[in-house]
Write a protein that binds this ligand. Structure first.
Ligand SMILES: NC(=O)c1ccc[n+]([C@@H]2O[C@H](COP(=O)([O-])OP(=O)(O)OC[C@H]3O[C@@H](n4cnc5c(N)ncnc54)[C@H](O)[C@@H]3O)[C@@H](O)[C@H]2O)c1
Ligand SMILES: C[N+](C)(C)CCCC=O
Length: 531
């Protein structure tokens, strides 16, 4: 026992020494791969802005700094320095300089850097996941999967980088044309707070695979992990300025969108902000990718495997404390199986372990902020007022551990007796609140499921193969699931119909959204002039 303790201590010491020798791991994080942190202990003092290949301390003394919180404890984690016009200009300038080098590399050369970045992410998986938990409040189990998804995305687009190519078209008289797939230039990424590390990878990986550079602005609520990715790309051999991070809120975001040297904007966030982004982009005729909100239907037919349908409904509603764009929050259950479904879904919802998100056994951590928690609780109150029945949850939750008492927790909620006109059924709540509606026929449920301005995702549970495909064909949603929910492998496109967005992330098609085609016509004979 003594010997094994000694070996563990020696291992920890070696890792600590190694981490202090590694650029980017120095400073206030004092972090190693094997050392784990506990809630309430991490302090971040290093600057969170990053351009020209390093972290940047803003010089402007007038820069306002804002507190960033640890949702699990309600404690201030760090101060955010928001970038102004000169900072945004410096970051875009840095990205423009990198573009001239990076865009000329062969796909294989880009892939090499990206695969090294993926390797570094895998090596630092636990560290990144823990920091994500401290800043976002989600459970460590989910954060690890998010880091994996980020890494897989970078690996996938590294492979895509090696396959980018144009077309050769034979023309009369031996003449021909060819197309070149070329990058766009400096791309801007703007992220939401629910999947901070995953979002920054889902945007940067296709962008840099195609030869673009990027300036990324995380949500001011979760600014911490994007800069880790910036350091990783740098350590992996990316040219200075290939990937930059500017911090701030809507002012900084709008400076980025209006910047004349920016070629494209890829945004993840709410529908109202998405509309503003599109307006700003239209002034410079810049292409946009918009990954926006949802109010997705999950349809459970009476012939479903009930056990799987219940599991699917929980996965569709309670991942990341319900703060998931694609969540199937309108759960339509065929009336004949409604009582069994509700009994089982409520039993399992009540059993969800809420608490310290850094503990392995926790399944639901804290919501992202106090105002957001209050907003979600207000939705539950409104649902009750409008006649929905609360079968469980929907209350603030105070964990027993004293250090978590000021955290932003609530009990996951199941609402029954919901009708299509209720606020909880019409609006995106973005919290752990499942609204259950009953239906009788396929035609009826299709009409009701499509009765929304949003169309991000949809799901169906049934053992009838023909019905499954027929229903999916008629659902107005971009990301659909049969007999499962919220499965988003990086090899398949993800994105919404209707007001849920424009463009796709992941999958081969995403190359189209980060590149442009140049057509070259080559004359092999004489010019046949009409003049
Ligand atoms: N479809 C998807 O893939 C997806 C994924 C995650 C989250 N979301 C959506 O995101 C929303 C929650 O995230 P949120 O609250 O951070 O969204 P939000 O729209 O408030 O903010 C998103 C980002 O936009 C920035 N921003 C705000 N105003 C801006 C402006 N005028 N100009 C430029 N940038 C501006 C914010 O600082 C933040 O970085 C939900 O609606 C959710 O459904 C969608
Ligand atoms: C990986 N999930 C859980 C499907 C989340 C996708 C991103 C949406 O918020």
């Amino acid at each position: 026992m003594k010997g094994s303790n000694f070996r563990i201590l020696k291992h920890l010491k070696m890792n600590l020494l190694r981490s202090l020798r590694t650029p980017g791991l120095r400073g206030a994080l004092h972090y190693t791969e094997t050392r784990t942190i506990t809630s309430g202990t991490l302090h971040i003092k290093d600057p969170l802005n990053f351009w020209c290949g390093g972290r940047v301390n803003l010089k402007d003394v007038k820069t306002k700094s804002e507190p960033v919180y640890e949702p699990a404890t309600g404690r201030v984690l760090c101060q955010l320095q928001a970038c102004g016009a000169a900072d945004v200009d410096a970051a875009v300038g840095s990205a423009s300089a990198a573009f001239t080098v990076w865009s000329k590399l062969a796909g294989m050369e880009r892939a090499k850097v990206m695969l090294e970045a993926a390797r570094l992410i895998e090596k630092r998986r636990e560290e990144i996941a823990e920091i994500e938990v401290v800043n976002n409040g989600k459970s460590i189990t989910e954060a690890r999967l998010d880091v994996d998804s980020a890494r897989l995305c970078i690996e996938y687009f590294a492979a895509q980088a090696t396959t980018l190519s144009g077309q050769h078209v034979q023309l009369p008289g031996g003449s021909f044309a060819y197309t070149r797939r070329e990058p766009l230039g400096v791309c801007v990424g703007i992220g939401a707070w629910n999947y901070p590390f995953q979002i920054v990878a889902w945007k940067s990986a296709p962008a840099i695979a195609c030869g673009n550079s990027m300036v990324f602005k995380p949500s001011p609520v979760t600014p911490v992990t994007a800069v880790l990715l910036a350091e990783i790309y740098s350590q992996a051999g990316a040219p200075e300025g290939l990937f930059n991070v500017v911090q701030g809120g809507q002012e900084t975001g709008s400076l980025l969108c209006h910047h004349p040297s920016v070629a494209k904007i890829s945004f993840t966030g709410s529908v109202p902000t998405g509309k503003k982004i599109m307006e700003m982009a239209s002034r410079g005729v810049k292409p946009v990718t918009l990954e926006l909100g949802g109010k997705s239907p999950l349809i459970i037919f009476e012939d479903s495997d009930l056990e799987n349908a219940v599991r699917g409904a929980l996965m569709a509603n309670f991942l990341s404390q319900g703060q998931v764009c694609s969540n199937g929050t309108r759960v339509f259950v065929q009336s004949s199986i409604l009582p069994q479904f509700l009994k089982e879904v409520v039993r399992r919802t009540k059993a969800i372990q809420i608490g310290d998100p850094l503990l392995d056994e926790t399944r639901m951590g804290a919501l992202v902020s106090k105002p957001h928690l209050e907003k979600v609780l207000a939705y539950v109150k409104q649902a009750k007022k409008e006649g929905a029945r609360v079968l469980c949850g929907g209350e603030p939750f105070i964990p027993a551990d004293s250090k978590l008492k000021a955290g932003y927790y609530m009990t996951p909620c199941v609402l029954d007796g919901c009708t299509d006109d209720m606020t909880c059924v019409r609006e995106e709540i973005f919290g752990p609140v499942m609204s259950v509606l009953s239906f009788d026929t396929e035609d009826e449920v299709l009409r009701r499921a499509n009765d929304s301005a949003l169309g991000l995702a949809a799901g169906v549970f049934t053992k009838d193969v023909k019905r499954a495909h027929r229903v999916i064909e008629n659902l107005q949603a971009g990301s659909c699931f049969i007999n499962n929910y919220n499965i988003t492998p990086v090899e398949v496109p993800f994105g919404g119909y209707k007001a849920s967005g424009i463009g796709r992330e992941n999958g081969q098609v995403t190359i189209e959204f980060y590149s442009q085609l140049k057509t070259v016509v080559v004359e092999m004979g004489d010019v046949d002039s009409l003049f």
